[in-house]
Ligand binder design. Structure first.
Ligand SMILES: Nc1ncnc2c1ncn2[C@@H]1O[C@H](COP(=O)(O)OP(=O)(O)OP(=O)(O)O)[C@@H](O)[C@H]1O
Length: 457
């Protein structure tokens, strides 16, 4: 057992814990990263145990560890026990520490609405939440209303219709599909409340005031990986507890004037769209369905004729091949001044003002990424230097090529080799895209939402 002395520094932004034993290891923890303070000698994870003693208390805080292979850090629950000379002093310490944590972390959530998809990924959502996440929320004094979904789109419908007053955020326990449901529910709700018509691609959409937290429990968990840098429920839960947040660009996709969907990660036409559509038919395979469907679609060797138009982003600010990695606090993203910005005001179909660049031909795939889309299968992602919240997306055009060439392109997603350094691949940083294929017109515009997420330290 580790017994320490403890000092709250003058400005109260850090607590310094000094072991009483002589081999001094000083631990300094920002008060904003204290998760909770409990009476007695307490363990929370993997199982809760409490030894109630009169003069002891335990401080829990965020501890960072290397994650081996991934670019983010794992967060773990650190704990240190303290012994006081008297019970009165112990009570004072506990009260003062809890007050300091409240004062220094005004953005921490108090009440959360949690949706668990019991069928996402390896079907472990319920277990992950109850064994790893709920104990941390309880320790941090966060109350949660938990809904285990019974059907697809239940979370979206709940967010569109039910009373959300009193909640500080919504937590998604599931994968990218579940996250997308919640995104659609919250954005739809925000437009309803603001009296905005989502059908109109020229309207400025409103962001939701509720943040979204993601506890990864899906098959790919790309949004979690590309923002936190690791797929780890404890890390994500601790980010939520301390009130971290990360703005994200959201694309609104319209077909003619009807809204199709919103996306924060990949919009894929051609190969990727086909893989996703095919994989839905083989959901029973679990995460393996993506490998299977990828192989099947690859063997079909399809390409699509179309016209792609885009508005290029300012090349002085950033480029998709500048080898940067967008992380929390990114200087490019922080240049954005407005919280919500409609990047493209779409005038009318098939009018091409000067701003639009137009290309026509046969494509293997046309993809728009609003973030790197990194995931464990593709550690750098489809567009490694894409930004999370700069109001742009990366348009990747893969022209029709021979099957071997296309395989080379796909293989490069899994390695550190430059996937854009191929003669049939183009990448452009864009503010808006139109894609015309078989007379269907897709238009993509942006707004931003905030996630509870991510500090990359
Ligand atoms: N109770 C439920 N029964 C069936 N489907 C559900 C249920 N709850 C949510 N869904 C749907 O399941 C779909 C997939 O869920 P989720 O994203 O959590 O897992 P995944 O597809 O395995 O992971 P990923 O999207 O990261 O590949 C979502 O589109 C969601 O709408």
């Amino acid at each position: 057992m580790k017994i320490c002395s403890l000092k709250l520094q003058d400005h109260l932004s850090n607590i310094v814990m000094v072991p009483v034993c002589l081999c001094v290891i000083k631990v300094s923890v920002p008060v904003s990263e204290v998760v909770g303070v409990e009476e007695g000698r307490v363990e929370i994870l993997p199982h809760k145990s409490v030894e109630d003693t009169d003069k002891d208390f335990t401080v829990f805080y965020v501890k960072r560890c290397r994650s081996g292979g991934t670019y983010g850090l794992l967060w773990r629950l650190g704990r240190t026990q303290f012994s006081c000379p008297s019970r009165v002093l112990k009570d004072q310490w506990i009260t003062n520490l809890r007050t300091s944590v409240k004062t220094h972390s005004p953005r921490r959530p108090n009440r959360l609405l949690v949706f668990i998809n019991p069928f996402g990924g390896k079907k472990k959502g319920r277990k992950i939440y109850h064994s790893l996440v709920a104990p941390l929320f309880e320790l941090a004094g966060i109350s949660s209303h938990v809904i285990v979904t019974e059907r697809a789109n239940q979370a979206r419908d709940h967010l569109l219709k039910k009373d959300l007053i009193g909640f500080d955020g919504v937590v998604c326990v599931g994968g990218d599909g579940m996250f997308s449901e919640i995104l659609h529910g919250l954005i739809g709700r925000a437009q309803q409340e603001a009296g905005i018509c989502e059908n109109d691609p020229s309207v400025t959409l409103q962001p939701s005031s509720l943040h979204i937290g993601i506890i990864p429990a899906g098959s790919t968990d790309c949004v979690c990986y590309a923002t936190v840098g690791v797929i780890d429920p404890v890390t994500s839960a601790l980010h939520i507890v301390v009130g971290d947040s990360q703005p994200l660009d959201v694309c609104a996709v319209h077909q003619a004037s009807a809204p199709l969907r919103y996306s924060v990660s990949l919009l894929g036409y051609g190969f990727y769209g086909d893989v996703l559509a095919e994989s839905e038919k083989h959901r029973w395979m679990g995460p393996l369905r993506y490998d299977f469907s990828g192989t099947m679609v690859y063997l079909c060797n399809r390409s699509y004729a179309g016209i792609v138009q885009y508005i290029p982003a300012d090349p002085v600010l950033s480029s998709p091949r500048d080898r940067t990695r967008c992380l929390s606090g990114c200087s490019v993203c922080s240049r954005r001044t407005s919280f919500v910005r409609l990047v493209c005001l779409f005038a009318s179909p098939l009018t091409f003002p000067d701003e639009w660049v137009s290309v026509e031909g046969r494509f293997r795939c046309v993809s728009l990424t609003c973030m790197s889309c990194a995931c464990p299968r593709s550690p750098l992602g489809l567009s490694p230097s894409a930004h999370l919240a700069d109001g742009t997306g990366d348009l990747i055009l893969v022209w029709d090529t021979n099957p071997l060439g296309f395989l080379k392109y796909l293989y490069r997603h899994t390695s550190a080799q430059d996937q854009f350094d191929l003669p049939f691949v183009e990448v452009h940083r864009v503010k808006a895209v139109q894609f015309l294929i078989f007379q269907c017109l897709f238009t993509v515009i942006h707004l931003q939402i905030y996630l509870f997420l991510n500090t990359f330290i």
